[in-house]
Design a protein around this ligand. Sequence first.
Ligand SMILES: [Zn+2]
Length: 197
Amino acid sequence: MRLQKRASEPEAMDEIVMYNRRFVQERRYERYQTEKYPKKKLAILTCMDTRLTELLPAALGLENGDAKIIRNAGGVTRDAYGSEVKSLLVAIFELGVTKIMVIGHTDCGVEKMDSIQMIEKIRKRKIKIESLERSGSGGFDLNEWLSGIQEVEEAVRDTVSLLKEHPLVPEDVGIFGFVMNTETGELMEVKESDCLF
Ligand SMILES: [Zn+2]
């Protein structure tokens, strides 16, 4: 645990906070008002890529209130008990979701991401990682944890399988995999592997 204080730069937030004040004063929120239960009973797991922020909902015809959208680096998960799956379970059991779309995308930064290079960047910021261990777990493989995905279609397929086989995900929840074209928003369906071996 690092105890040093973070650099405080309130001016970095000024523009956004000022915008927010005007947004509320001018009641521009009114066109977004909706309820918390997703109208389309849909949850989407996708990447945090900035190019998808508006493109993805627009390309799927989704408006505020239509779907739960969970975003992370890559839009996939290898962790059956990580925060993405937990969020999807909340979406299913608490919010009435019956369909899940896992949407990777072309030109994803996480594809072929090199954890060795990222660890180098961490070290250059003078962060000491040698003693990093998850207490009680007998060590923590930072290299493995930070590693990217090899190929987006395969990663989407693996995430769809993980969810379909998950002991807490009901069988009547539809789970579908796609890759979105980051330029055009076109969806390409990721079919389950034909390979039987
Ligand atoms: Zn991405």
